[in-house]
Design a binder for this molecule. Structure first.
Ligand code: SF4
Length: 202
């Protein structure tokens, strides 16, 4: 039986990125291959569940709340991609599936939408994914260097799709100022704010 390490399953509003404000059911998987200094993911507990058990819990929450978007997040969900592929096969077609990943493990599944937030070796991550239509990029901004890197990638790869820029939470106001100074007309750039944290939501 195929098992998945699950941190939590819950239904809420998407708090950040391209789908902000949309009601969704979240499947948060346990574990990450990176160690970002600002990471706020709770790694204290997880449950080991079968694919069938996860499917049942998801469907119950989605049907009860009339939800049509499933967000698979982490940690780093692609660490359990083989298990996830089994789960994704079971999800009905009318449910849109979105995965939130740091992109460091190249795993492309055409049926799902990607929100990629590159944390390390950002150019390799960008190069691997930027050509796909169903991929959105969201960069965490901690400094001018992070913005310079986004400008470099946009120019080098002639990327004119929208990129979401999200100030690191502890200084997101300061970073919003920096983003505005660098992109005065916000050309193909949108500000992402972690609204769920301000609203005390998950
Ligand atoms: S990639 Fe995301 S989950 Fe992993 S350590 Fe960094 S912030 Fe945390």
């Amino acid at each position: 039986m195929i098992k998945i390490k699950v941190s939590e399953i819950f239904t809420s509003f998407q708090g950040e990125g391209p789908y902000i404000g949309t009601p969704a059911t979240f499947l948060r998987l346990y574990g990450c291959n990176l160690n970002c200094p600002w990471c706020d993911t709770d790694i204290s507990t997880y449950e080991i569940l079968s694919v069938d058990e996860v499917f049942e819990i998801l469907m119950t929450q989605m049907e009860f709340n009339n939800i049509r978007i499933l967000v698979i997040t982490g940690g780093e969900p692609t660490l359990q991609m083989e298990e996830l592929k089994r789960l994704i096969k079971e999800i009905p077609d009318e449910i849109k599936i979105q995965i939130e990943t740091n992109g460091s493990i190249f795993e492309y599944v055409p049926e799902i939408d990607y929100v990629i937030s590159p944390k390390e070796d950002k150019e390799t991550v960008f190069k691997n994914y930027y050509k796909y239509d169903n991929v959105f990029f969201k960069f965490v901004i901690c400094s001018q260097e992070d913005i310079d890197e986004v400008i470099y990638l946009k120019d080098k790869y002639n990327y004119d799709k929208t990129i979401w820029l999200q100030g690191e939470f502890s200084k997101d106001g300061e970073m919003a100022d920096l983003i505005r100074e660098n992109f005065p007309h916000l050309e193909n750039v949108k500000l992402s704010v972690q609204t769920h944290k301000y609203l005390n939501q998950r």
